[in-house]
Structure formats: C-alpha cells, structure tokens
Design a protein around this ligand. Structure first.
Ligand code: SF4
Ligand code: SF4
Length: 241
C-alpha cells in the first residue's frame, strides 16, 4: 500500500461507522489507483487537500446509486435552490473553483436573487434552471424530493418530510473529514460556503477573492459532519434510501 493510502486507512472521522468505512475504502482505492497510474505523491496530496478526491467519490457513488422511485425533481423546479441561512451549504475547494469558472463569465447578469432573495446566485431567475449545472457541487446533486410542495414548505422554513439528501453526500462529507485527518499537520483541507462563493463569482470577484470570502472557519466541517450524522440517524423521506 502507498504511504498516503496507509495514512488514509488510519484516518478517523466523526460520522456513522459504516459511512466512514465506505468513504475510507473509496479513498484508499482512489489513492492506490493514482499511485498505480504514476501520479506524483504531491499531486495526490493536493487532490486530497482540495477535495477533488472526495468530490470524485461522491459523484461516483451518485452515478452508481439507483435513482429513488417517485422523485418530483425536474428542470425549473428550484425551491431547493432557495438556500437556508447565509452559508447555503458546504462545498470543497475544487467545487468552489469549478463553480467560479462556470459563473464568473455571467458576472453582471440578473441572478437567482432577482426571483427570490435567498435563491442561489447560480440560478437563472427566469427559467429557474441552474446556470452552472455541470459544475454544481455534490450537495446539489444529492438533494432530491418526492414532494415539491414539501420543498416549498422547507424553503419557507417549515420542517416537513419529503426532501432529503442521498447517501453519497454523507460518504463525500466523510471522505473530506478523512482527507483532513490523513493530511493533519501537512496540508489544509478547506471547505467553502456555496452561497458566498456563487455570490462572489457573479459579482465579478476574482477566484482568489471568492475563495477567501467563502472560506469556512475550521470548525464548520465538524459541524456539517455532526448534522450529517444526525440526518443519517433520522428516517429519510418517503421513497428515499
Ligand atoms: S428537490 Fe424539490 S425543489 Fe428541488 S428539484 Fe427536487 S422536487 Fe424540485
Ligand atoms: S449551484 Fe445550481 S443546483 Fe446548486 S443551489 Fe445553486 S442554482 Fe441550485
């Protein structure tokens, strides 16, 4: 086993044990595959640190998961893009860079906030479609619902059943926590606010400025992992795994 794979195998994260194990196995397999392809150890460490590895694991898990029956999700249906709070959700640095690249050419155009004050700035206010669809982070890809009325109620601040986050989001988050544990003392693993990054991008800020204003405090990943563990312990909405 490569040195970095060994560090990942020994890494720890505060989430449900089966989710942590799944993320750990995925990251070890990824690191071993990178080593076998001749990727330099420095580049492997960079990809672990910026969340490229966790993002890849999350996307792979989503593509391999069966689509739950009865989803109400459709293009232009965007109550889930009305973000709660100023943060809007956790994204990796790699996802932040992808989103910035997709959104910065749209700087100055009307954005989602012209439809709803708390809507994601990546949203098109007319069509209510995501203007950064290919670059949308794992949190957006994993959030689904069987009931659009429930989504509207959640956007309005009510706690109702229906919407939920699919398992791969929790695996992705665990992978980020494991990356941080494996890299402790060598490289920083940053997470960012989806809402602040998207706002900075559409307001024309440079990538460095956008990364700076959207960077989470170090404790935010732990907080998100606690929320994830709590959600994993709750029953999912009808039809969701
Ligand atoms: S999660 Fe809800 S609001 Fe978002 S696309 Fe699905 S049904 Fe529509
Ligand atoms: S990035 Fe796209 S899918 Fe995600 S919240 Fe923003 S508009 Fe919605």
């Amino acid at each position: 086993m490569s040195r970095i794979a060994s560090r990942i195998a020994e890494a720890r994260v505060g989430t449900r044990p089966d989710v942590a194990d799944r993320a750990r196995r995925g990251l070890v397999a990824w690191a071993e595959a990178e080593a076998a392809q001749g990727t330099s150890p420095d580049l492997v460490l960079d990809r672990l640190a910026d969340g490229t590895a966790a993002q890849g694991l999350g996307r792979l898990a989503l593509s391999a998961s069966p689509v739950p029956q009865g989803l109400a999700c459709a293009s232009g249906c965007a109550f889930c893009c009305i973000l709660s709070g100023a943060d809007g959700g956790t994204i990796t640095e790699a996802e932040a860079r992808d989103l910035h690249a997709a959104l910065s050419p749209l700087a100055g155009q009307a954005d989602g906030r012209a439809w709803h004050p708390r809507a994601c700035p990546a949203l098109d206010p007319q069509t209510r479609a995501c203007r950064a669809y290919d670059a949308r982070p794992v949190i957006c890809r994993a959030y689904v619902s069987v009931d659009v009325t429930a989504c509207e109620q959640v956007a309005g601040g009510e706690a109702v059943e229906g919407p939920g986050t699919l398992g791969p989001y929790h695996t992705y988050l665990a992978a980020l926590g494991l990356s941080r544990s494996a890299l402790k003392g060598t490289r920083r693993v940053s997470t960012h606010s989806l809402a602040r990054l998207a706002a900075a991008a559409v307001e024309g800020q440079t990538l460095d400025e956008a990364l700076k204003v959207s960077r989470h405090k170090p404790g935010e990943l732990d907080e998100e992992l606690r929320r994830s563990k709590r959600d994993l312990g709750r029953a999912a909405g009808p039809g969701l795994p």
